[in-house]
Design a protein around this ligand. Structure first.
Ligand SMILES: *Cc1c(COP(=O)(O)O)cnc(C)c1O
Length: 416
């Protein structure tokens, strides 16, 4: 071109082939009157498989179809093996993160008793306990690692002597150093711990992987999580006997493998070979995924250092975060509330922030908002502050440095 060459490379949403319409539209805009096209929006989330990843998935799906083994076969076994180094212990694949939680609670046997969990978590954590016929009670979080607050847990344990299980959640992919206190209170009273590690595949505390601290760790491979299989879940279990129980529960409660007798109300909580084909390809690249997420987070830290009006959440030193979410706090006394900030970023800069974790406390959902679950005035102080004030910046392995610079420039513009 004549004059100053300005070249921008845009990735087009073309799917498997080259969509002529998209391409024609792009080049028309790019070449018209010498104007550059508006930069493509930065989405909140991007699930990306390279062409060679996609080929690998298709080959594995083809192998499953050719063999006729469509569920619970060699791909699932390999998925479990590949996950093992990241969970620090043996694993069994299941249909979803929710199934993983429910199976763990069914094995512990929580029916008719209480399960304690942080008030700041996804609805599925609580719903699993409800389905396992437990009474659910909520506990506040601590602000540093966003984990269950050990002091609040002690109070709740004193109030609920029938507690059958405690369910800490590794919010945003941070295994909080406060987990040590949670484990200590539970050990003292002989209460089993189930980690909801749906956010935390690959995250560590003092170098030990999430999912290896409690009796069980439950992981999700839903497309928004750090490792994906489409739909899928995984249970890590500290006790070998528990893992065998998981295999019974996930397969309709058969009393033994291959048996036609059933000795418990299990479900269809199996992972299919087709989902495992996606999951194995994703786990084979997971060390790169994790390194990339950490690199992007470090760059946000550096870029945000001199942006007034927003403060990144400082992940505790002992916690090896997987940056499922990159969390930050706009100044609560700043010019814009969160909803307006998100709207401005989207409309003026094409930048979509990721979803919060979470914007409503469990006690405020209609399902829990009455009776025993109702929050006392001023209750859940830390969780409420966090829910109201944090944002999550877009962070996924395919995010480019240029996109990060745009995100931060947009924040600087709107917050100063
Ligand atoms: C995603 C998620 C779940 C549920 O996982 P699914 O695979 O969607 O069933 C449970 N707990 C938390 C904290 C989650 O984020």
């Amino acid at each position: 071109s004549s004059g100053a060459p300005a070249l921008e490379v845009h990735e087009l949403p073309m799917g498997h082939g080259t969509h002529v319409g998209h391409a024609a539209d792009f080049f028309t805009r790019a070449l018209s009157a010498g104007r550059r096209p508006a930069p493509a929006p930065v989405p909140a989330q991007r699930v990306h498989f390279t062409v060679s990843d996609r080929r690998a998935v298709l080959d594995r799906v083809d192998a499953a179809l050719a063999s006729g083994v469509l569920t619970q076969g060699p791909q699932v076994a390999r998925f479990e093996e590949l996950a093992r180094p990241w969970t620090g212990t043996r694993t069994a694949a299941v249909a979803s993160g929710s199934a993983a939680l429910e199976i763990a609670l069914r094995i512990i046997g929580v029916a008719g008793r209480t399960v304690l969990m942080p008030v700041n978590t996804f609805f599925a954590t609580a719903a699993a306990a409800v389905r396992a016929q437990a009474a659910v009670r909520f506990v506040d979080i601590e602000p540093d690692g966003l984990g269950m607050d050990p002091d609040a847990l002690r109070v709740a344990l004193d109030r609920c002597p029938d507690t059958a299980a405690v369910l800490p959640v590794h919010i945003g992919g941070i295994v909080s150093p406060a987990l040590d206190g949670v484990l200590a209170h539970c050990r003292e009273r002989g209460i089993p711990v189930v980690e909801d590690a749906a956010h935390a595949f690959g995250a560590t505390l003092d170098g030990r992987p999430a999912g290896g601290f409690g009796r069980f760790g439950a992981f999700s491979f839903f497309p928004t999580k750090v490792a994906v299989s489409g739909e899928g879940g995984l249970l890590s279990a500290a006790l070998p006997g528990d893992l065998e129980q998981v295999r019974r529960w996930r397969d309709h409660g058969k009393s033994a493998q291959g048996s036609t007798l059933h000795d418990r109300p299990g479900g269809n909580w199996r992972l299919s070979e087709l989902h495992a084909a996606v999951g194995t390809v994703d786990l084979e690249r997971f060390s790169r995924t994790l390194a990339r997420r950490r690199e992007l987070a470090a760059r946000y830290d550096a870029l945000l250092a001199d942006v007034p009006g927003i403060r990144p959440h400082a992940v505790p030193r002992a916690s090896g975060g997987n940056f499922y979410k990159y969390l930050a706090y706009p100044d609560p006394d700043g010019p814009l509330d969160r909803a307006l900030l998100k709207k401005r970023l989207r409309e003026r800069h094409g930048v979509a922030l990721a979803g919060e974790v979470y914007d409503h406390l469990l006690c405020d959902h209609p399902y829990f908002a009455s009776g025993a679950h109702r929050a006392a005035p001023g209750g859940f102080e830390h969780a409420r502050w966090f829910a109201r004030h944090h944002v999550a910046l877009p962070l996924y392995p395919s995010l480019t440095e240029a996109e990060q610079i745009r995100v931060v420039a947009a924040l600087r513009r709107e917050l100063s």
